[in-house]
Structure formats: structure tokens, C-alpha cells
Design a protein. Structure first.
Length: 186
């Protein structure tokens, strides 16, 4: 009888340890995803409506992007794109609508050259959220304004916001990755 009670207590202790380890792992996973994705984490949870499924989606995004061949721009490419962006901003003064179309095209082109698939906007935004979570909401906002612009429903103020949103992502995409390499070096 006494050995049966001890065995039962040992089994219960092992179950409790297992549950505690599972809860700790889950909390750590959530914290890591929140840190990695920033505001995109909350957006995903809200959009999906279930924290566990949202976390699975974010992990799937991360795995997908890790399989892509994302590269830094060469100095020449970066210079060429920076000059194109300056022209786009200058165009905004005379033709905001055309500037937004060009900004959207330019951001998509930088993404393509860096190695991001660009066929579908939602996939582009999901992929960008992995490496640039702080500006993906800007990208979504700019894209929504660009679509409204195509329908003739965007005000000049909306277009101004869109160019600012596009610029935030564009500047991040021009990064060469030097910061990441510096963190790895001793």
C-alpha cells in the first residue's frame, strides 16, 4: 500500500513537472515571438483570433523567410535605388498620385532585388514582417492608400501619409546588413 502511494506521488510529481515545463516553454515561445515581431504579433493575434494559431502562423512566416535567399544590396544598387527614391519624392510635389504609384513600384523592386517573392501583396507583407516588423504596418497602410488612390478616393493628405509610410520601409530595405554582421563579429 505504501509503495503504491509513493509510486502514485512520483507519477503525479512527474506530471506536474511536465506541465510546468510545457507552460514555461510556451511562455518563452510567446515572449520570443513578441520580441521578434513587435506590433505584428498583436496584429496577427487579433486578425486570427487565437493566440496559438497566430503564433503558429508567425513561426511559419519565419521558417519561410529563412528558406529565402534574402541578400543585401550592393553599394551600386543602393545608390541607384536611393537616387530613384529622391526622384520619386520630387515627383510628389507636382503629381502626388503618380509618386505613390512609383513609390509602390520602387519598394516592390527593392524587395525583388533583395530576394523577396513579390507576386502577392499579402505574402510580401507577411515576409517583410519577419525582418522588418516595425514598418510592416506602414507598408500595409501605404498599400491601402495606393489602392484608394487607384479608385480616385485618396486625398492629398492620404497620399502624403502613404509616401511617408513607403519611405520608412524603403529606408529599412536599403540597409546592407552591416549592423547584423557587426553584432556577430567579436
Amino acid at each position: 500500500m505504501e509503495s503504491t502511494v509513493l509510486i502514485l506521488l512520483a507519477v503525479l510529481l512527474l506530471i506536474a513537472i511536465g506541465i510546468a515545463a510545457w507552460a514555461f516553454t510556451r511562455r518563452r515561445r510567446t515572449q520570443e515571438l513578441r520580441e521578434r515581431f513587435g506590433p505584428e504579433y498583436n496584429r496577427a493575434v487579433e486578425a486570427i483570433g487565437d493566440q496559438r494559431r497566430a503564433e503558429e502562423e508567425l513561426e511559419t512566416r519565419q521558417e519561410r523567410v529563412e528558406r529565402l535567399n534574402i541578400r543585401s544590396l550592393s553599394p551600386e544598387e543602393r545608390k541607384r535605388f536611393a537616387e530613384a527614391w529622391h526622384s520619386t519624392q520630387a515627383l510628389f510635389v507636382d503629381d502626388p498620385s503618380a509618386a505613390i504609384k512609383e513609390a509602390d513600384r520602387l519598394v516592390t523592386e527593392v524587395m525583388r532585388v533583395r530576394g523577396y517573392p513579390v507576386a502577392d501583396f499579402e505574402q510580401r507583407a507577411a515576409d517583410i514582417s519577419v525582418d522588418h516588423p516595425d514598418v510592416v504596418s506602414n507598408y500595409r497602410g501605404a498599400h491601402a492608400i495606393a489602392l484608394a488612390n487607384q479608385r480616385g478616393e485618396a486625398s492629398t493628405e492620404d497620399l502624403r501619409k502613404a509616401i511617408v509610410y513607403y519611405r520608412a520601409l524603403f529606408e529599412e530595405l536599403l540597409e546592407t546588413g552591416e549592423r547584423e554582421r557587426e553584432e556577430v563579429l567579436p
